[in-house]
Design a protein around this ligand. Structure first.
Ligand SMILES: Nc1ncnc2c1ncn2[C@@H]1O[C@H](COP(=O)(O)OP(=O)(O)OP(=O)(O)O)[C@@H](O)[C@H]1O
Ligand SMILES: [Mg+2]
Length: 284
């Protein structure tokens, strides 16, 4: 998209983005302080520490990645950090409010500020609902918050034709379904979008488009992004800061440029060597 058009989109969205609900604040969007999450193995009953004293911080509009091998605790961290999953210990502050002490009413107001986009778009959409009826349901939950845009314009924001409103999830391609999920997130005008492997379930041919869309939305709406990914090329193209997780702990953190160019931790080095995204290093 030409620069001028980008600025125009940015202007339009941020003008509309006076969010009702939670007041504007200078507090970081998310602060995770010494988070601990234990899972119990259903078969053996053994307790397993999936997230082990993890701390991270996301400022308004910042784009932060969590990378690590499968099973390192990334999804558990993301779900706990956004109040959607179990949390054992530590503190989480969303827009300055500690999730441990916030009341139910306040929590209801805070929830829409964080929207999650999952790996499997078809799994996140109700198969019995058309795109339009799914949006209608969201609007009914948050009428004031979602009144800023109509359905067709919302789909336009994620580059989908309005005809798709009448379709059911099984009538959408993976890329289209993921755009619908992003549109649903966008409708709430969140201050934080959490994207858990948002492109790894998609055909390679549409991955780049979906990433470009996430980048564009970030710029246009000023939402912060917490991106979880195996793919370092993805992380590098979208994020400012990266945290590397290994067996439930963050072993290295820093600006993407620095961490990828001069990893300090042995595990980070291994990860870079093993991950598909590491190929960018060879290309440069
Ligand atoms: N609900 C659960 N009950 C028991 N164990 C769980 C549960 N969810 C996750 N785990 C375990 O916790 C660990 C971390 O899982 P998690 O899904 O957070 O990893 P991940 O880094 O997101 O992995 P992936 O890259 O494969 O998505 C794994 O060993 C997993 O088997
Ligand atoms: Mg995961």
């Amino acid at each position: 998209m030409p620069e001028a058009a980008k600025t125009e989109v940015a202007g339009r969205i941020s003008d509309a983005a006076r969010r009702p609900g939670t007041p504007e604040t200078d507090a970081p969007v998310l602060v995770v302080d010494q988070l601990v999450v234990d899972h119990r193995n259903r078969t053996t009953g053994e307790i397993f520490r999936a997230v082990d004293h993890v701390s991270l911080r996301i400022e308004a509009g910042e784009s932060v990645a969590v990378v690590g091998e499968s099973g390192s605790g990334k999804t558990t961290l993301a779900l706990a950090a956004t109040g959607l999953g179990p949390r054992g210990g530590g503190d989480i502050r969303l827009l300055g409010h500690s999730l441990s002490s916030v009341g139910r009413k306040q929590l209801r107001r805070l929830r829409p500020e964080v929207q999650v986009v999952f790996q499997d778009p078809h799994g996140s959409l109700d198969p019995r609902q058309s795109v339009r009826s799914g949006l209608k349901e969201l609007r009914a939950l948050q009428p004031k918050r979602t009144a800023w845009i109509d359905d067709a314009a919302l789909l336009g924001r994620v580059r989908l034709a309005p005809e798709l409103l009448e379709r059911y999830p099984h009538q959408l391609s993976g890329g289209q379904a993921q755009r619908v999920c992003i549109a649903r997130a966008l409708l709430m005008r969140p201050r934080l979008i959490v994207a858990d492997e948002p492109t790894s379930g998609l055909d390679v041919s549409v991955q780049a488009d979906v990433l470009a869309l996430l980048r564009e939305i970030r710029t246009a709406t000023g939402a912060a992004l917490l991106m979880i990914s195996h793919d370092l090329a993805v992380v590098r193209s979208v994020c400012d800061t990266v945290h590397v997780m290994y067996r439930g702990q963050v072993v290295e953190s820093g600006p993407c440029e620095r961490v990828f160019a001069e990893p300090e931790n042995d595990y980070t080095r291994e990860l870079l060597a093993a991950m598909p995204g590491a190929r960018w290093r060879a290309r440069r």
